[in-house]
Design a binder for this molecule. Structure first.
Ligand code: ATP
Ligand code: MG
Length: 241
């Protein structure tokens, strides 16, 4: 289980995360929502061990998270890849690095679920669309069956239909492989449908954290309610009965 306990993080001299506590059991998903600049990507970097906490700690089953080789789907799809390498080389990098024997047909199955032709992987990152690069990023994150996956806006460049299919693949794989997922998203409809918990982040603090259904039904803070109501007004979330 991922455990974040009283985490505070500075960037430069500014404190951008304040006393964050949350946990995500294996097989479950926590969605992080909140305004631009709230600290969502910073939280991901801290969970990955790329930023050092000013105080507090982040652990996976009691040990530093790096030891579990967490996977990351980056917010900027193309920046995630070495431009000089074929996408296939980048996708296979975690498999090669960890000397994993890939199950027969796994690459093909994931490509199919992500609606990516396998031979697209022979191209370089600059030779595919941003939405394709985003799905290749998801492929790379999931290929080696990591126990912990961090997704930073993983569906932002996809059309609604592709979003739905991609979300379904992620959920299916999670049900089979039991990875814990922390997903940053602006899409509250997605969060309510796919996450177990929702954490609302504002100005580096957790405004509220609740079971996804409970949040949809009855947000506990003014900001949470505003987010929920805006999603309903946009048609991104169904009004709870
Ligand atoms: N490399 C950096 N150096 C200094 N400050 C940074 C750096 N990256 C981000 N920040 C600041 O940290 C705060 C949190 O940024 P962060 O990228 O975590 O936000 P976010 O919630 O992911 O936003 P978005 O939804 O726009 O991606 C912001 O005030 C931002 O300006
Ligand atoms: Mg961000």
């Amino acid at each position: 289980m991922l455990n974040v306990s009283h985490l505070s993080v500075n960037r430069g001299s500014r404190r951008v995360l304040h006393d964050i506590s949350l946990s995500v059991p294996a097989g479950q998903t926590l969605a992080v929502v909140g305004e631009s600049g709230a600290g969502k990507s910073t939280l991901i970097s801290a969970v990955l061990g790329l930023l050092r906490p000013s105080s507090g700690e982040v652990t996976w089953n009691g040990a530093p998270t790096q030891a579990t080789r967490p996977a990351l789907v980056m917010q900027e799809p193309r920046a995630a890849f070495n431009p000089a390498l074929s996408l296939r080389r980048s996708v296979m990098e975690p498999v090669v690095a960890q000397r994993i024997a890939l199950a027969q047909g796994r690459l093909e199955r994931l490509c199919s679920g992500l609606e990516l032709p396998v031979d697209l992987l022979d191209r370089r990152p600059g030779e595919v669309s941003i939405g394709q690069a985003q799905r290749v990023g998801i492929l790379r994150a999931l290929i080696a069956a990591p126990p912990l996956v961090l997704f930073d806006e993983p569906l932002s460049a996809l059309d609604a239909v592709t979003q739905k299919h991609t979300a379904r693949l992620i959920s299916q794989l999670q049900a089979e492989e039991r990875f814990a997922a922390l997903i940053v998203t602006h899409d509250l409809g997605y969060a309510v449908a796919h996450a177990d918990q929702i954490a609302v982040l504002k100005a580096g603090q957790i405004e509220e954290i609740a079971a996804a259904q409970a949040f949809a039904l009855n947000p506990q803070t003014a900001y949470g309610r505003a987010l929920r109501d805006a999603a309903i007004a946009l048609g991104a979330l169904e009004e709870a009965a």
